[in-house]
Design a protein around this ligand. Sequence first.
Ligand SMILES: O=c1[nH]c(=O)c2[nH]c(=O)[nH]c2[nH]1
Length: 341
Amino acid sequence: MVSLRSVHQTTERVGVEVENKRTMSYGKGNVFAYRTFMEPLSGLQPIPESAFTVRDNTVFGINVTVEVGGNAFLSSFTDGDNQMVVATDSMKNFIQRHLATFSGRTIEGFIRYVGEAFLTTYSHIDWVKLTGEAVPFENTTYANGEESSTSSLVYKHSRNERNEASIELVREGNGWQINSQNSRLLDLQLVKVKDNSFVGFIRDQYTTLPEDSNRPLFIYLNIGWSYETDDDALGEEPARYVAGEQVADLASSVFHELTSPSIQHLIYQIGCRMLKRFPQLQEVTFESQNRTWDTVVEDIPETEGKVYTEPRLPFGFQRFSVTKADLGPQTTSARTEKARL
Ligand SMILES: O=c1[nH]c(=O)c2[nH]c(=O)[nH]c2[nH]1
């Protein structure tokens, strides 16, 4: 038994700990900035699954969230003392104006540039986290005589999947270090109209779902990746950069090829293919959601088509990460692991 007194002392010690590690940050979200005629990102390493090799960058749109922390901000919370406060409105201006002086070509590069600038400009900021979500614009075409040509003037705001990058920089001595850096493709929505199954799952008193050896499969995917070498994420060496557009094509290509037994296995296969194509990556992560339509009309005579409607809530999801350990010789150890279990 612990005496009351020692409980009290422990609490005091814990209290000090908590004081040092308390949650304290502030920042700004939805900071939109658009720059036109930015340098295109060309020279990407082509992969067989994708024809994408150049990101145009004529319209570079980004939605930034910035969050900063540091002991210097404590008195702004506890005493209402704003002496050290960088107004979040100024943070917004800081981000937007830095887009004019940015000399890179990627969202990863931009948030790194802004993060470093925050730490350099405001010496009392201990750490900064930035997320940049691309606001994507696609090419359009116009009638050029009898031909159709790509417009260099008109771009179409895309509401499809988009790239995102995030970084956490922490002050360290006279410089800073990267605590985490990730790239993601958000909200890739893919439907495969046949050649997917879901069978062999547990059947017990709770099971109402029939086995299906040929279902349509509609999935929503967030795919994340991190690099072995942080600087590869910047796109300064385009051949070492992984573009979300390539990742989207790779994912749909694997989906096309695979007669999938489940979403779980599909995302594993996508992850392995990504690490094979892009050996500069360290890890690939997935958040998937099952959005498979509900069937309304099962048989339409003389066609293999059916009629479907929106899926009913609730939706299933998966989370999974794939690393190089999942490639090559590790297949053996995965099997051994299974045998051991
Ligand atoms: O691919 C799937 N994985 C599951 O775990 C699952 N569960 C479910 O009801 N449908 C599906 N589909």
